[in-house]
Design a protein around this ligand. Sequence first.
Ligand code: KG4
Ligand code: ZN
Length: 349
Amino acid sequence: MSDQPLILGIETSCDETGVGLVRGTTLLANAVASSVDEHVRFGGVVPEVASRAHLEAMVPTLQRALAEAGASLDDVDAVAVTAGPGLAGALMVGVSAAKALAVALDKPLYGVNHLVGHVAAEQLENGPLTEPVVALLVSGGHTEILLVEDIATSATLLGQTLDDAAGEAFDKVARLIGLKYPGGPNIQRAAEEGDPAAIRFPRGLTSQRDLERHRYDFSFSGLKTAVARWVETAEREGRAVPVADVAAGFQEAVADVLTRKAVLACQERGISTMVLAGGVAANARLRDLTRERCAVAGIELRQPRFSLCTDNGAMIAALGAAVVERGLPPSSLDFASDSSLPVTQVLVG
Ligand code: KG4
Ligand code: ZN
């Protein structure tokens, strides 16, 4: 194992400052500092606040990761960093730090794709993936179905949300029914007491017509509006809002449409492995329904532990390790971060 290069991974695309250390598919350290508490009163991530927090957290998080792995900077063989997609200012902090480290250590630098990184994280949990795989990525920032043909070189976007990300929908709906940010865990808790069949909320982009044009795409804005209307009507009529039932009905609608389309993608593309990742993958109902439907369809479901599902540096190190193992050329030192880096670009030049 120790003959494999030690890869340092840096992630700063949203509100988590992540630094990870990996050899091959072995996780050695995963240090994360989150600025989530600083965004609570705004009900969502504020880019400027996130960038500032990355700046402050970078060195302490790096030190924590090295301590956790029992390594020093001199042991690092290569540096990998999220080049995009993500918040422009936030990405810039990580990319600058990674460049500085690569120059100071005189080691190669790899700017990699955040989305593919989420998939690479799974390798740290259950060992090398057998590609191709379909990945369902669901977090506060993204909701995508990817087809990963080769983790180090080739990924395709099959579908994505046309409006809100799934986690964003959780956060917005939580607000509507008086629950705090981040909404996901609070909705899940409320839903445990509710009946998922009491209120049937719409499943976006699932009509026959929508499926023709947006087969693997998602839309959550109609669902969010439906919840808002439902709550408004109840209030107007002087009825108490059944928070638990609304939460359960909403959660069911999200889980249903996410899993239905991801399973469809696997079946239609002839893919037998699905990877579920992103912060919303923590949702118990989503996990259960995905497991259930994958089992029925004969699809193997792979899912990393929660700390590897949410944004972190280890996933970037894992992708860096795959790229290094393939002998691909490093990124140039003057590459720029790209807030809308397409998923087809696993490694930037
Ligand atoms: O991947 P992540 O930690 O970060 C970014 O998106 O940057 O995902 C955060 C999102 C939030 O929107 C949060 O509400 C959602 O994941 N989330 C959940 C749960 N835990 C976190 N959504 C549904 N159920 C959960 N248990
Ligand atoms: Zn992410």
